[in-house]
Design a protein around this ligand. Structure first.
Ligand SMILES: *Cc1c(COP(=O)(O)O)cnc(C)c1O
Length: 359
């Protein structure tokens, strides 16, 4: 049998491991922060009709500039953004890949602040960009001073921030983003995959875009919009950044079917987002209950909760899995991360946890 090591693979990919969140059929899948609410029936029907219309012209290449989708995304984001400042791809993972293809690559470095979204470093590796890890402050926070010190020390070509941060749920103050931008010469990307789950009034990095041509805010339809399977991510940035991405994207990278589905979903944004408040309520319920049981619970602005104080996190993970509850071991010692879903899922998770880790 041929193994990967026998192949003439790039030297920098030898020994690396692929992204590997388990995909298992379990009753309660609370491990990858999906929106566990299905798409409402009437919205689903509208999306299917839009896809059906698009199928009639799939003999032609799709609109390479996905103009209608960008108009809808700009309107959804607000903040006075124009379609020229918006770009989309097959998930925000592809957005991040295009950014690294255009602004990173061999000989260039991207600075990040682990523990953070594991795909940031994996996509960096895939594009030949060196990943440089900087320290956070206590409680997973990043103060302006800490961030600026890391940038002055490392002089990175890109800085990746994540707000709220995955897997900790920690929000990032705008002052830190402003300080990072001021201290760096490169692209500053703020991954706001979970922005819709933040408490009302929490300002987005979108408010900082004007006059900052190296700042990029990445968003996704995977989480709040319950669209993970459709693969639609997007960014807002200066139109010149979008021009740069046109140099590296594959022509026609967003299929006509994806474009049609995303536009139809965005036409129902208020309905699609109606579950967000419910999910945030389940998150807060888990924070309260886990705290009452004596766990260390990290404040979360996202649709998941990181909790610690587990003597053997992996044993608890396995015991929950045996009870059809799949959550996530993100590698933080003594900690596990659980996605907030429906009330029934929260109840099932909390009951199973009480069985496997009585307190
Ligand atoms: C889930 C997640 C994404 C989403 O990636 P897609 O490719 O859009 O599905 C992006 N960033 C972070 C931090 C995430 O947790």
């Amino acid at each position: 049998m041929t193994s990967l090591a026998d192949l003439p693979i790039r030297d920098d990919l030898r020994g690396q491991t692929p992204y590997g969140a388990p995909q298992q059929q379990v009753r309660y899948a609370l491990n990858v922060n999906e929106n566990t609410h299905p798409i409402p029936e009437d919205v689903a029907r509208h999306i299917v009709e839009a896809i059906a219309r698009a199928v009639l012209t799939v003999n032609r290449y799709p609109d390479r500039e996905f103009t209608v989708l960008r108009e809808h995304l700009a309107a959804y984001l607000g903040h006075g953004l124009q379609p020229a400042s918006v770009w989309a791809a097959n998930g925000s993972n592809e957005i991040i890949q295009q950014l690294l293809q255009a602004f990173g690559g061999p000989g260039r470095r991207v600075l990040g602040f682990p523990p953070t979204y594991s795909m940031h470093s994996i996509i960096a590796a895939g594009t030949g960009t060196e990943w440089v890890a900087a320290e956070r402050d206590a409680d997973y926070r990043i103060s302006p001073e800490t961030a600026v010190a890391a940038i002055e020390r490392e002089d990175p070509d890109l800085v990746f921030l994540c707000s709220p941060n995955n897997p900790t749920g920690t929000p990032l103050p705008l002052e830190t983003i402003e300080a990072v931008y001021g201290a760096s010469r490169g692209i500053v990307m703020v991954d706001e995959a979970y922005a819709e789950f933040a408490p009302a009034g929490q300002p987005s990095a979108l408010t900082l875009l004007a006059g900052r041509e190296r700042l990029v805010v990445s968003r996704t339809m995977s989480k709040a919009f319950a669209f993970a399977g459709a693969r639609v991510g997007y960014l807002a940035a200066d139109p010149a950044v979008v021009d740069a991405l046109r140099l590296v994207r594959l022509p026609y990278h967003l299929s006509a079917l994806t474009q049609a589905a995303a536009v139809a979903a965005l036409e129902h944004a208020p309905t699609m987002l109606a579950m967000v408040d419910e999910i945030a309520a389940q998150r807060d319920r888990m924070v309260a209950e886990l705290g009452a049981r004596g766990y260390t619970v990290w404040p979360s602005h996202a649709n998941f909760v990181l909790f610690g104080g587990l003597a053997d996190a992996h044993a608890v993970f396995e015991a929950l899995l045996a009870r059809e509850v799949l959550i996530r071991d993100t590698g933080i010692p003594g900690h596990l991360r659980v996605t907030a879903g429906t009330a029934e899922e929260t109840t099932a998770f909390l009951a199973a946890l009480a069985e496997v880790d009585p307190r």
